[in-house]
Design a binder for this molecule. Structure first.
Ligand SMILES: [Zn+2]
Length: 325
């Protein structure tokens, strides 16, 4: 794992910042999603109030939060304009995503299903180097802003890497390789992680440019976590405060085992927030949950303060920094 150097930068919605200025960061959240299609699948996915999301970011900031990755990609209800506005108003750094989500979030006639690998790669590059589009949920995006994305989202589902996902992943991987930004993947309860990593490594990405999310939705198979960690990628643990999967104590004990196995430098934390989990939208437990409740639990089960600082400050700074080609 490389050190954070003076020359490492992270691209936020307010511009480039030195990586060491990022501070306490959740590396997988959703701040705004305005897509009617996704909301029909699950109403909890609708995050459409500027005031509520701003209030949640302020709650996060008061607890000590300084940075958030918004994992909502282009064409899927992302709101680049609101991300920038809320970041400016709250002072919280926001790293926005280009890339793609799992296919269920796009209606059958969506452009993402038919755009070629070249067109997709060009779109992702434009969003990283010039600015994110403000439209694109229905027709192909045209309305470009000057607000840049800083990470590429990529997702697969239980079908595995089908030809359609292969086209999308290839476009994402090539755009990452060209720009030096990292790829943040969605896995289906962890499944598919190794296939995703293998594919991205084959495209020429370094393991430290790959962040695999949701591996902790399943904690039963510890060796699977170890196998994924041995590839050198970052493990984004974001199933915290979600008792339908497991208790926070089980999560904390799992993290302790991963630290003991030598993987503290690869762990990132987050809440993968939805409407149902943001307090300002009437949900629970709120974006301050990791600071207020989960970190004390990590301490209680025996995780050291230095390790916790790595998960929340040092690791995100490295994982999100632009790697020079
Ligand atoms: Zn997510």
């Amino acid at each position: 794992m490389g050190q954070i150097t003076d020359s490492a930068w992270i691209q936020t919605v307010r511009g480039l910042i030195p990586a060491q200025d990022l501070g306490f960061c959740h590396a997988h959240e959703h701040l705004f999603t305005s897509h009617d299609h996704a909301a029909r699948i699950d109403p909890a996915l609708l995050l459409d109030s500027y005031e509520c999301t701003l209030a949640e970011l302020e709650l996060f900031k008061r607890a000590g939060g300084r940075g958030v990755v918004d994992a909502q990609p282009v064409g899927c209800g992302r709101r680049a304009d609101l991300l920038q506005r809320a970041s400016e108003a709250s002072g919280v750094h926001v790293i926005a995503s280009t890339g793609f989500h799992k296919l269920i979030y796009y209606p059958g006639d969506h452009w993402l299903h038919t755009a070629s690998e070249e067109v997709l790669c060009e779109l992702f590059l434009t969003e990283l180097t010039e600015g994110m589009f403000l439209d694109g949920d229905h027709a192909f995006p045209r309305q470009k802003s000057s607000i840049r994305a800083g990470v590429i989202k990529a997702a697969s589902d239980s079908a595995g890497i089908t030809p359609e996902y292969l086209r999308l992943f290839t476009a994402a991987g090539l755009a990452a390789k060209q720009t030096g930004v990292s790829v943040l993947t969605h896995t289906e309860k962890g499944a598919g992680a190794l296939e995703q990593v293998e594919l991205l490594l084959d495209l020429g990405l370094a393991p430290e440019s790959i962040i695999v999310s949701h591996l902790d939705r399943g904690l039963d198979d510890f060796s699977y976590h170890v196998t994924v960690a041995q590839t050198g990628v970052y493990l984004q643990y974001d199933t915290i405060g979600r008792p339908k999967y497991h208790s926070d104590r089980e999560e904390a004990e799992h993290i302790l085992r991963m630290v003991e196995a030598g993987f503290a430098a690869q762990i990132l934390l987050g809440l993968d927030s939805t409407r149902a989990r943001m307090r300002s939208y009437g949900g629970d437990p709120g974006m301050d949950h990791i600071v207020v409740s989960f970190i004390p639990l990590l301490r209680q089960v025996g995780v050291g303060i230095r390790d916790i600082e790595q998960f929340t400050v040092g690791n995100p700074a490295r994982a999100l920094s632009i790697k020079k080609a």
